[in-house]
Write a protein that binds this ligand. Structure first.
Ligand SMILES: *[C@@H]1O[C@H](CO)[C@@H](O)[C@H](O)[C@H]1NC(C)=O
Ligand SMILES: *[C@@H]1O[C@H](CO)[C@@H](O)[C@H](O)[C@H]1NC(C)=O
Ligand SMILES: *[C@@H]1O[C@H](CO)[C@@H](O)[C@H](O)[C@H]1NC(C)=O
Ligand SMILES: *[C@@H]1O[C@H](CO)[C@@H](O)[C@H](O)[C@H]1NC(C)=O
Length: 396
């Protein structure tokens, strides 16, 4: 009851923000209005709860409402995919096309904008993000990707920019990290050009620096504004290692997919020799979970030594993607997402995970490894409450 009431309030609030944006006001105050010293710190004692595309199990992925909900539900990090618009603005969107997660098909004014491009060796047809200006992208409404999830928010929330996403994290009342992906860099650099001759990766890092994200893993600066940078393209991660000390995560796809930049197979990039090379640039790997434990007939089958070999080199392992629905759970787990979390945390021993249902994972962790901030830091809690009162007063 409380939860559905909270949900209604959040949606009403966001709808008001959205209407606000339509009449030309910015969505969020930039930068953060909340002083760091009053914020509850990032928890670092248990595996990271990474909200995959926000709370996209509930709301259309990568929208403001999905991210704010994930923060409310206990995310340690909010995760996103960065692409670039035709006019070079960095935005949050997963697919290179708009077809599956926006209402573009209903926008007759864009009917002639459909194209076919080669994306990672596959001819793909659709409406491509890189063919639309930011203004055009913002005229679209996001929609839920999966037909079995709640459709009632379709068309109600806009695509957000990288800046808006950052400001959502910075304006949270506790320290919430960001986890942006340099998405399809080969494709983006082929289609989007910046006047200053810089490339997608440069623009990506510049944006993080503009908002003060700079520290290496677990440094004082990092704990204040935690961020992981992720990519499937190893050359992008190596390239930006000259630009920023922020920790990087090398994503590993399904065994059938070759890397988009170096055209290497899953077997190449998970070899001992490759781990020895890439560990100079990254703090961890982000593998598809079925490549850590190979399934057969939808049962868990062969547990690989991927996690052991990564850990032996000091690399963290943050697998993806955990989803509550039975269609995504292996039969071993008897339709119980808690059983799946228990397996991955206590048997496999991962360091963080990407989930579509941050609230479920948070409740699992609070039930099995609760954090005790109250007893640890009662005084700062009271200061925090006072600070938020002052903030809401001065903002009003
Ligand atoms: C597109 O239009 C159809 C027909 O009016 C409507 O049923 C559907 O909900 C719309 N889709 C979106 C994503 O808005
Ligand atoms: C994509 O289509 C173009 C034009 O028809 C063709 O030349 C090219 O070989 C195709 N590429 C792939 C990977 O199928
Ligand atoms: C990083 O900088 C060094 C020194 O300037 C340079 O030699 C190296 O090629 C650069 N690496 C990349 C990946 O750009
Ligand atoms: C990538 O590697 C595959 C298999 O090794 C090969 O068939 C393909 O031609 C390569 N593609 C490119 C673009 O080099």
């Amino acid at each position: 009851m409380t939860s559905s009431f909270g949900k209604t309030c959040l949606v009403t609030f966001l709808l008001l923000l959205f209407i606000g944006q339509c009449v030309g006001r910015p969505l969020y105050q930039l930068p953060s209005t909340i002083a760091h010293r009053h914020k509850q710190p990032l928890q670092t004692s248990r595996p990271y709860n990474v909200a995959h595309r926000g709370s996209n199990g509930e709301y259309p992925e990568e929208t403001a409402v999905a991210y704010m909900r994930a923060i409310e539900e206990g995310a340690d990090f909010i995760e996103t995919d960065i692409l670039a618009s035709k006019d070079g603005v960095l935005i949050c969107h997963h697919d290179v096309t708009l077809d599956d997660t926006t209402d573009i098909a209903n926008h007759t004014e864009f009917a002639d904008r459909k194209r076919t491009y080669e994306v990672q060796g596959v001819n793909t047809t659709g409406w491509f993000v890189v063919d639309f200006t930011l203004e055009e992208l913002q005229s679209l409404g996001a929609k839920q990707r999966f037909s079995f999830r709640d459709q009632q928010y379709n068309g109600k929330f806009p695509i957000i920019t990288f800046e808006e996403y950052i400001s959502i994290a910075l304006n949270a009342r506790r320290v919430v990290g960001i986890y942006p992906e340099i998405k399809n860099p080969v494709f983006v650099n082929n289609h989007v050009k910046w006047a200053d001759g810089k490339k997608f990766e440069d623009k990506f890092v510049e944006m993080l620096q503009k908002y003060g994200y700079s520290g290496s893993y677990m440094s004082k600066e990092w704990l204040k504004q935690p961020a992981f940078i992720q990519s499937f393209a190893p050359t992008s991660l190596v390239y930006i290692s000259n630009l920023t000390a922020l920790p990087k995560i090398f994503l590993i796809d399904d065994v059938t997919i070759l890397t988009e930049d170096t055209n290497q197979s899953y077997w190449d990039i998970t070899s001992d020799a490759y781990f020895d090379y890439i560990k100079k640039y990254v703090v961890g790997i982000g593998p598809w979970k079925d490549t850590i434990v190979f399934p057969r007939n939808n049962y868990l089958d062969r547990v690989t030594d991927l996690v052991a070999r990564a850990h032996a080199r000091g690399l963290q392992v943050h697998p993806y993607t955990f989803r509550n629905e039975n269609s995504f759970l292996h039969f071993d787990f008897l339709q119980d997402p808690y059983a799946e979390y228990d397996f991955w945390i206590n048997k496999i021993g991962i360091d963080g995970l990407f989930t579509d249902f941050t609230g479920t994972f948070h409740r699992y962790q609070e039930a099995t490894a609760p954090l005790s901030h109250e007893s640890k830091d009662g005084a700062s809690d009271i200061l925090h409450k006072i600070a938020s009162l002052i903030n809401s007063y001065t903002r009003g």
